[in-house]
Design a protein around this ligand. Structure first.
Ligand code: AMP
Length: 201
């Protein structure tokens, strides 16, 4: 299974991607986690990423696309993978589509986690306190939401056109949201088979 988690920062993508990954037996790949690890290790990429992350901005598409290309080529991703935090721009989405097409793969489901903005700020501020994320402070949170609206939100319509998008209410208990995601993925799978049957007919 290949699935993408879409949704604003603080919508629970990381938590839910990790849970679905455990159930599906595929890795959850988080570009944010990879960049935070690189920053902690003090690699050149990590140092560059840290400044951009702390400002709430995005790394250049080319850097992120290379990171993903290498990661999904790892042996643990041969049966599929879940993406949390990628793609985040139309350039990344197009590069990803091409990457998949070149290797004969396709996205099974794009899970759009919906949470209203007032709740996001509150969630991220709490997360910053618990996890010590330096980009979970009020000023950076506002910038990350602005960047999300400008660069990432348009991908919802983009994936809708490809027929893979499923909207999931991201508010509520973690277990409840996981159940909604399981249902949505099952529905997405049925739609995918219907499409395949239509193509064969
Ligand atoms: P996240 O943990 O997904 O909220 O990502 C934290 C930060 O990492 C973002 O605010 C960006 O600065 C950077 N980042 C993560 N994923 C991407 C991406 N796909 N494209 C550009 N920057 C990214």
């Amino acid at each position: 299974m290949i699935a993408v988690f879409l949704g604003p920062p603080g919508s629970g993508k990381g938590t839910q991607a990790a849970r679905l990954a455990a159930r599906a037996g595929v890795p959850a790949i988080s570009t944010g986690d990879m960049l935070r690890q690189a920053a902690a290790a003090g690699t050149p990429l990590g140092l560059r990423a840290k400044a951009i992350m702390d400002a709430g901005e995005l790394l250049p598409d080319g850097v992120i696309v290379d990171l993903i290309r290498d990661r999904i080529a790892q042996p643990d991703a041969t049966k599929g993978f879940l993406l949390d935090g990628f793609p985040r721009t139309s350039g990344q989405a197009e590069a990803f589509e091409k990457m998949l097409a070149d290797s004969g793969m396709k996205v099974d489901a794009v899970i759009n986690l919906m949470v209203d903005e007032g709740r996001l700020v509150e969630r991220m501020a709490n997360r910053g306190r618990v996890e010590g994320r330096t980009d979970d402070n009020p000023e950076t949170i506002r910038e990350r939401l602005r960047v999300y609206r400008e660069k990432t939100a348009p991908l919802v319509a983009w994936f809708e056109k490809s027929g893979t998008l499923v909207n999931v209410d991201g508010l509520g208990e973690i277990d409840e949201v996981s159940r909604r995601i399981d249902d949505a993925v099952a529905r997405g799978g049925e739609r995918g088979s219907a499409r395949a049957a239509a193509v064969r007919a």
